[in-house]
Design a protein around this ligand. Structure first.
Ligand code: BEZ
Ligand code: FE
Length: 292
């Protein structure tokens, strides 16, 4: 067949992919074509607008490297990342809620000892964090990996400031025999996501601000359990209700208490005024997951 019209073209494309061998790939392609064609039919773009869209996506790809992931930023700011999150992680129950991974996680962050200071000597209000990692049945999880990463006092991540391979305000801890982890850091700050690329252009075009409320990221893994990707947000932050990536859940907002007293655990800053976060995590047992 040839001579396709606005009315016949969509079905022609669908017919052409009807025999994609993998059923899930077929389903995805068919849905993509249906929605994409419906979008174009609704908008009726000019050819100049189509070229602008192609240029936008091209620049998004060109912006990506091992330190910058502009496609994740687009997904985050358009709410797609949190839609995928909510589809894949049921709310409520015994497990800690999840939120976006974001673009600043790196594989291979340095291992740090219990009580270590991950601030890399940066200025900021000292923060002591401690918690217990449990399974959803309540038992403690020893030797779980606890990856943490966060912004500095001015809202920047190490990836935005330092040479490749120079890490600060991130690290990988392991829980002790009682499931405990603890470390020193500095208070994170609310920050604008990077706006010097296509995702920033889109925010500006929509008249939106670019801020995320202050938070500390956690990725926690233990054998036999679903990996937990989440943050703990600072209670009282002005952006909790307008997070640019729609990532805030009430259960993840915590008090970062102002304290002065000596702590039972930790390193060199004991006794100095500091902020204190106690947050316990609960990971879904995979047996429970497959039974659900
Ligand atoms: C972050 O929290 O690191 C983040 C998440 C989504 C987009 C940009 C940053
Ligand atoms: Fe972050």
């Amino acid at each position: 067949m040839r001579d396709y019209s606005e009315q016949t073209l969509t079905q022609a494309v669908l017919d052409r992919i009807a025999h994609a061998p993998d059923p899930r790939t077929r389903q995805m392609l068919q849905s993509l074509v249906r929605h994409l064609h419906a979008f174009v039919r609704e908008l009726r773009p000019t050819e100049a607008e189509w070229a602008t869209a192609i240029d936008f996506l091209t620049r998004t790809g060109q912006m990506c490297d091992e330190r910058r992931q502009e496609f994740i930023l687009l997904s985050d700011t358009l709410g797609v990342s949190m839609l995928v999150d909510t589809i894949n992680h049921a709310r409520g129950g015994a497990t800690t809620e999840t939120t976006v991974l974001g673009p600043f996680y790196v594989e291979g962050a340095p291992a740090v000892e219990p009580g270590a200071d991950i601030s890399g000597g940066l200025e900021g209000e000292p923060l002591f964090v401690e918690g217990i990692v449990r399974s959803s049945d309540g038992s403690v999880l020893a030797n779980a990996t606890v990856d943490v990463w966060q912004s500095d006092d001015e809202g920047h991540y190490d990836l935005q400031l330092s040479e490749p391979g120079v890490f600060f305000l991130r690290g990988r801890l392991r829980t002790d025999a009682e499931g405990r982890f603890w470390f020193w850091s500095i208070m994170p700050r609310s920050y604008p996501i990077p706006v010097d690329g296509p995702a920033g252009e889109l925010l500006a075009a929509a008249g939106r601000h670019a801020f995320r409320p202050a938070h500390v990221h956690f990725m926690i893994a233990a054998p036999g359990h679903e990996k937990l990707v989440t943050h703990v947000f600072v209670k009282g932050d002005e952006y909790l209700d307008s997070d640019v990536v729609f990532g805030v859940k009430d259960s993840l907002v915590a008090e970062f208490e102002r304290r002065t007293e000596t702590l039972p655990l930790g390193g060199g800053r004991i006794g100095r005024p500091h902020r204190y976060l106690r947050y316990d995590f609960s990971l879904r047992n995979e047996r429970e997951q497959s039974a659900a």
